[in-house]
Ligand binder design. Sequence first.
Ligand code: GDP
Ligand code: IMO
Ligand code: MG
Length: 431
Amino acid sequence: MPAVVLIGAQWGDEGKGKATDVLGSRVDYVVKFNGGNNAGHTVVVGDETYALHLLPSGILSPGCIPVIGNGVVVDLRVLFEEIDGLESRGVDTSSLLVSSAAHVIAPYARTLDNVTERFLGSRKIGTTGRGIGPAYADKINRIGIRVGDLYDDQLLQDKIEGALEQKNHLLVKVYNRRAISVDEVAEELTSYRDRLAPHVTDTALVLNQALDAGKTVLFEGGQATMLDVDHGTYPFVTSSNATAGGACTGAGVGPTRISRVVGIVKAYTTRVGEGPMPTELFDASGEHLATVGHEFGTTTGRPRRCGWYDAVIARYSARVNGLTDFVLTKLDVLTGLEKIPVCVAYEVNGVRHEDLPLDQAAFAAATPVYQEFPGWSEDISGARSFEDLPEAAQNYVRALEEISGCRMSAIGVGPGREEIIVRHDLLGEPA
Ligand code: GDP
Ligand code: IMO
Ligand code: MG
């Protein structure tokens, strides 16, 4: 039975939540393995719209067990706000499992995220301000607090004291902020522990046993390849591994168990926050993508930067993730455009690059080399098979497929659960 990893192939917001939700009813577990409430997934089910941040999108499928893996950073306040919000709408969250090895986002991490961004000034990253970077920094610095620590009073007290000893120096002396007390942090963290207790477990053990028993597991990445701390556009990235390898470290399953890796890619490109984006548009076409695609952040409400499809990035994503399939989303947003340019290569200081230049300055200097494709004007939201698409849309998808390094197994034609064309079953045998 398959273990499928689903990741973002661009800079996030490709429609991972919808893709996960579409598969939700056919999988036994959906596992979030990286990131935290910096993610924002909008899932439309009939007339209902859900905005998910910390909970895996599988939570909306009855019978599917949602799992927050060890690689996630958990803001407990946000977790329970999200659980309460869903429960009040009739969504059962009781089967949620949370890794005891996941790190928590302490209140001082949120504070530090915001003051650091202000301090960076023009060099800021444009983070979501959710404390993600500081929480992962504490994990790597070995001063983080894990979910399991909440149940050992002495250990928790020691850890908070240790962390604050250093952070209060920084807050008071460098950032001119008030010191944070051990008690206020302990109070916030312990206020949730009784409610959390029934959900806490060794999720890596649960998942490996599930795979042994032939269950189907879907690993849902937050953020995306170009935001990955190792493989993205560093330093304008998030602080976790959002690429496929992150599923192994962030969920505690070995690479030999993964049978399929699906990259979600938008039919154009968007980005939130700072950092280079070679195909970014500042004209009426960019306006079309932003308006028709409703490109505003699910988490922060910030307008997303919009640009044409970038095949250099798609090829890079196919490679670093070992993709077996792409899901192409939001094809419907391109309806009505006369011509659709696609970036097929970059030019960096007069030199053509087919592959993504890793060097920060080179990528920042990359200008797109475009190939233009004819558009279509027919409404495609009702298309349910590839043949239902107008000829020009079929040609556009085939062209993307050819230059992106992997087949396009499903195509999104609208936000709804049903608005998708499936060409190859994502849970079946890989090609
Ligand atoms: P995620 O973070 O990758 O889950 O993506 P977001 O939810 O942040 O952003 C994707 C947006 O596009 C959401 O509002 C989805 O409802 C919407 N969406 C997903 N697939 C499609 C599609 O094929 N067509 C259209 N028009 N909207 C889509
Ligand atoms: P989903 O899962 C788009 C961006 C932020 C910022 C950078 C670092 O919905 O695709 P962070 O708060 O993580 O330290 O911010 O990463 N970012 C996202 N952009 N979609 C996301 O998540 C993002 N999560 C973080 O805008 O540029
Ligand atoms: Mg999103």
